[in-house]
Design a protein around this ligand. Structure first.
Ligand code: SAH
Ligand code: F3S
Length: 431
């Protein structure tokens, strides 16, 4: 009987890909098979997120639960960003943990597996050229990393302290991986990095003459690639070349993540985001001009230290002007190692009230946007069976669309007319 592996993945797309890399190493080279039931597993991995405090607080109670119900002799490993920042403290607080593996050390999964008490969390470790085995959760779309780490120092964000400096992955490796994914059936390539549009700023062996728009064009030249998506771009690096390439390359899906964080230029400065409200609006409105049906999503943090009512109304103002098709909004959460954690904090009830106001207004906007989609026809790439029945996929510009049907639609791209647009899902019929 083969050994069984259970992985719980929290957090962002980068973590999802890291989990796939670990699955590849462990299934291809250590003989594990995957299980979705941790009670039958010989190895339990928790791939953690540390961007906000809550999931970190939950980690230790979760380890306790796994330990209580796990199979005799099963190992527990803690990976990801919380592993990077707490390191050996995790084993001190929870001695049942067998090893700790940082978000920048995924390539060492096989080393730590065989060393009880191992802690590999060096954020200077460079695995930008490491050749991981192949494993993909989806056969329809393939995540492909284009860089590791982040060179920005946004004053609220712990990521540069858990994933280290930004290093771009050589374009040949990215192209090879995308080609392999296409050969095994994927039609959509999803490029991943903390600041994808800063691609090419630094490689392990110095600078090369290539940037993100060049990379987009190279990936789109691969036969069989039908769609390219990417996350996350940084508003600061949205220069004209990037916006033009985004607009003009037909394989690049017309959905853009533009993490605003705050609409107040004063707060943006405190956040060290490198752009102003005016720059953000200029880029977003230019994008709407270049690509009329573009879908813009964003991240907003409410209650950053020092945020006044006036700052908050700047954020609402950007929401009114850009009308994001999707919005992820969070209450500011002070994180260790970050500058903002030492600043004077906004009262929690004030932050909660502002967050509710922002979300309520965005919900109204979303309902208006959804209604406008009625009777439109979108090309939808079907990639999942929905739990409520039917088949789901995304329009080129990023709307979740659902139709009646079953497996035979998976992996196909078909025109769908929207008959019943709802807030989160547009229901329609294949035409
Ligand atoms: N470069 C990545 C950022 C990763 S963090 C990206 O653009 O996706 C993802 C989001 O979490 C950030 O955009 C920010 O909105 C939010 N976030 C980061 N640190 C936070 C904190 N301390 N409190 C609340 N939200 C935070
Ligand atoms: Fe975090 Fe800012 Fe980088 S949000 S991941 S430090 S771009």
């Amino acid at each position: 009987m083969s050994k069984k592996l259970f992985i719980e993945t929290l957090g962002c797309a980068m973590n999802s890909r890291d989990s796939e890399h670990m699955m590849a190493e462990l299934t291809k080279k250590e003989g594990y098979t995957l299980t979705s039931d941790f009670k039958t597993a010989d190895l339990i991995l928790i791939n953690t997120c540390s961007v906000r405090e809550k999931p970190v607080q939950k980690l230790f109670s979760e380890i306790g639960q796994f330990n209580k119900h796990k199979k005799d002799g099963a190992k527990i490993g803690v990976c990801g960003c919380t592993a990077s920042h707490l390191g050996e403290e995790i084993i001190k607080r929870a001695p049942v943990v067998d090893f700790v593996l940082g978000a920048r050390n995924v390539s060492k999964i096989r080393d730590v597996l065989h060393k009880k008490g191992a802690v590999e969390v060096d954020i200077n470790h460079d695995e930008s050229e490491f050749a991981f085995g192949e494993f993909r959760n989806s056969s329809f779309k393939a995540m492909v990393n284009i860089s590791i780490g982040c060179d920005k120092q946004c004053s609220f964000c712990i990521v540069p302290h858990t994933r280290g400096d930004e290093i771009s992955i050589p374009a040949e490796l990215i192209i090879n991986e995308a080609k392999k994914a296409v050969q095994s059936g994927a039609k959509e390539i999803f490029l991943l990095g903390q600041n994808v549009n800063n691609y090419g700023a630094k490689f392990s062996n110095g600078k090369k003459d290539i940037d993100f728009p060049d990379l987009l064009n190279m990936v789109s030249d691969i036969d069989g690639v039908q769609r390219i998506r990417f996350t996350s771009p940084h508003p600061l690096h949205m220069d004209d070349k990037f916006l033009q390439t985004f607009a003009n390359n037909p394989k690049v899906c017309k959905s853009m993540h533009m993490p605003l964080q705050s609409g107040s230029s004063r707060i943006l400065k405190e956040m060290k985001r490198g752009y102003s409200k005016e720059w953000f609006l200029d880029r977003a409105l230019k994008l709407r001009d270049l690509v009329p049906d573009v879908h813009i999503s964003s991240d907003i943090i409410i209650g950053f230290p020092g945020e006044s009512e006036e700052d908050f109304s700047d954020t609402l103002d950007v929401l009114e002007k850009v009308r994001f098709e999707q919005l992820f909004s969070f209450k500011y959460s002070p994180r260790p190692l970050t500058k903002a954690a030492d600043m004077v904090q906004v009262d929690a009830s004030v932050a909660s009230r502002r967050l509710s106001e922002l979300q309520a207004r965005h919900t109204e906007i979303l309902d208006e946007i959804s209604l406008c989609q009625k009777d439109k026809v979108f090309d939808v790439y079907f990639e999942e069976l929905r739990s409520e029945g039917g088949v789901g996929g995304r329009s080129d510009n990023g709307f979740m669309v659902q139709v009646e049907g079953s497996e035979e639609l998976l992996g196909t791209t078909l025109p769908v007319k929207i008959t019943n647009p709802r807030r989160m899902v547009l229901y329609g019929e294949v035409v």
